[in-house]
Design a protein around this ligand. Structure first.
Ligand code: ADP
Length: 261
């Protein structure tokens, strides 16, 4: 009898995987951007999604978030579809995809990250502003909270967008090239922040194209070129053969200033 009771009150266990992608194909028109991807990312890692321009890296993040239609396959976050897990997920889109001339302040941008919680009928109030200020503090931007976003540097804008993704304390954070176009100091501060989040137990998934820093930054790697080339712990995946299969002859060109078109 006592065994039955203890079975009844057992906590539902958390599925082991932060991200599970199965048989995923995404096409724009009749051209596949991702082809039959199978991929698992365990919780608590800092994963880099790496591959040449046009490999489908951004498309993978968008497919995870339901922002592009999926032709085949499915995605699970902590065992469930994204629509059931929205509040556990933070997303930082590519900086170039955002209209930075929009007349709004840093703190208001971060507060937008709470709209999902508030619903359309409630305006953000004092407590939401306080939470936004705390998120800005986390990225070292509290002093510029009331500054218009158009007046911020590229690195400062990036940090505001990271704060917006962090404000609802996600369990998994997806970032699309957060280091693109920022100076070396900002890159260091972003990577330090992401490491702190990982230490605190969050799963961090970063689209990244600078091969020079891949080994230093990530403990989990996903190599992509429309198809999945390899995924797993960094030291198993980061081999000359896998990189050659991912980039073909383009490896020599790959740094920030000299990306293949
Ligand atoms: P990456 O992030 O690795 O550079 P993307 O996911 O941005 O790659 O793009 C993968 C492929 O899909 C590219 O060939 C790109 O031109 C194409 N693509 C991306 N977005 C669209 C879109 N909205 N409509 C049509 N084609 C697209």
């Amino acid at each position: 009898m006592s065994e039955l009771v203890s079975e009844d009150i057992k906590e539902p266990h958390e599925p082991a995987l932060a991200l599970h992608v199965e048989d995923l194909t995404v096409s724009y028109g009749d051209r596949p951007a991702l082809w039959d991807i199978d991929l698992d990312i365990p919780p608590g890692v800092m994963a880099g999604i790496v591959g040449p321009n046009g490999a489908g890296k951004s498309t993978l993040l968008k497919a995870i978030l339901g922002l592009v239609p999926i032709s085949a396959g499915h995605v699970r976050l902590f065992g469930h579809p994204y629509r059931m897990q929205r509040r556990r997920v933070g997303y930082v889109p590519q900086r170039s995809s955002v209209d930075w001339d929009f007349p709004t302040s840093a703190v208001d941008v971060v507060t937008m990250g709470l709209y999902g919680e508030l619903g359309w009928l409630r305006w953000p109030g004092r407590s939401e502003r306080d939470r936004a200020l705390r998120a800005l503090d986390q990225v070292g931007m509290e002093a510029l909270a009331d500054r218009q976003i158009s007046e911020l540097s590229g690195g400062q804008q990036q940090r505001v967008f990271i704060a917006r993704a962090l404000v609802h304390k996600p369990d998994i954070l997806l970032l699309d090239e957060p280091m693109a176009g920022v100076d070396a100091t900002t890159e260091r501060s972003i990577i330090n922040l992401l490491r702190q989040l990982r230490e605190a137990g969050q799963t961090v998934v970063v689209v990244h194209h600078d091969l020079q820093t891949v080994q230093k930054y990530f403990d989990w790697l996903v190599l992509l070129n429309v198809r999945l080339i390899a995924a797993g712990p960094r030291d198993e995946v980061h081999t000359a053969e896998n990189l050659r299969r991912t980039y073909g002859g383009q490896i020599a060109l790959l740094d920030d200033n000299d990306r293949p078109a």
